[in-house]
Unconditional design. Structure first.
Length: 257
């Protein structure tokens, strides 16, 4: 019953908003604001299995590759920087400077270096996603328990064992917080990167619909992007709960006491 209640609470507001949209747009004659019924019909007509394969799948592959690259680079550099106060002080101005640069601004520069293929789009996604992961990892490593650190040193626990069971375990809640922030950035940058000299992808398709004044189809693409964001967020939440089950268990135990 608790699960059913949670599901009902989660879908109640979206259903209410869709109902309001349906009734308020039912008699709309404005071409830029078509009725929701036309948008839903365009959604069914447009996003066929072939269309999903040719436009959605390439976008998901680029998103996954860029996000994975950001995860690996952000966690590796974050552990290295977070574990050294001297290195952190030396690199902090550069990191803050690089983080402040909006990734879309760098798209023309990356295009000049890497061309207009998938590599450019993956690098744009990775560059935008790496910062929340990196900075959260640095703070998570810095905030590890000093007593446990001393215990590992006393018992000679070093190298990979210390990294796995102390450093990454202690920093994992913040690492996953940064990864969750990066996921929404990845979806935005996936769309932006596909607006520049692309041949397929969700962003490219939505832009083509807009340029062709196919407004219901354009709205159906926006609707699909929203659904994609929800699915990825739910999947991420499940993975996060599985990875941090020890952390949530410890917090629940603390609350009981």
């Amino acid at each position: 019953m608790t699960f059913v209640r949670r599901v009902l609470l989660a879908v109640a507001l979206p259903i209410a908003l869709l109902a309001v949209w349906w009734f308020t747009s039912a008699d709309s004659q404005a071409y830029q604001w078509p009725p929701l019924s036309r948008i839903l019909q365009a959604f069914l007509d447009t996003w066929t299995p072939d269309k999903l394969r040719t436009d959605v799948l390439p976008s998901l592959i680029r998103l996954g590759a860029g996000y994975a690259l950001a995860l690996v680079a952000g966690i590796a550099l974050g552990v290295l920087i977070g574990g050294s106060a001297g290195l952190r002080a030396y690199l902090e101005p550069v990191l803050e400077f690089m983080r402040a640069i909006p990734p879309p601004v760098l798209v023309p520069i990356i295009m000049l270096v890497l061309g207009i293929g998938d590599t450019m789009k993956i690098v744009v996604i990775a560059f935008g996603c790496v910062w929340p992961i990196l900075l959260n990892t640095v703070e998570g490593v810095r905030g590890r328990d000093g007593v446990l650190d001393d215990t590992c040193r006393t018992y000679g626990i070093r190298g990979g064992l210390r990294l796995r069971h102390l450093v990454l375990r202690a920093a994992s809640p913040q690492i996953l917080t940064g990864a969750r922030q990066a996921l929404s950035i990845a979806i935005i940058l996936m769309v932006i990167s596909e607006l520049f000299a692309a041949e397929n992808g969700l962003g490219f398709t939505v832009m083509q619909f807009s340029r062709g004044f196919e407004i219901p189809e354009m709205w159906s693409g926006v609707f699909l992007l929203g659904l994609l964001g929800v699915v990825l967020a739910v999947a991420y939440r499940l993975v996060e709960r599985w990875l941090l089950r020890w952390y949530h268990g410890a917090r629940a135990h603390e609350r009981e006491w």
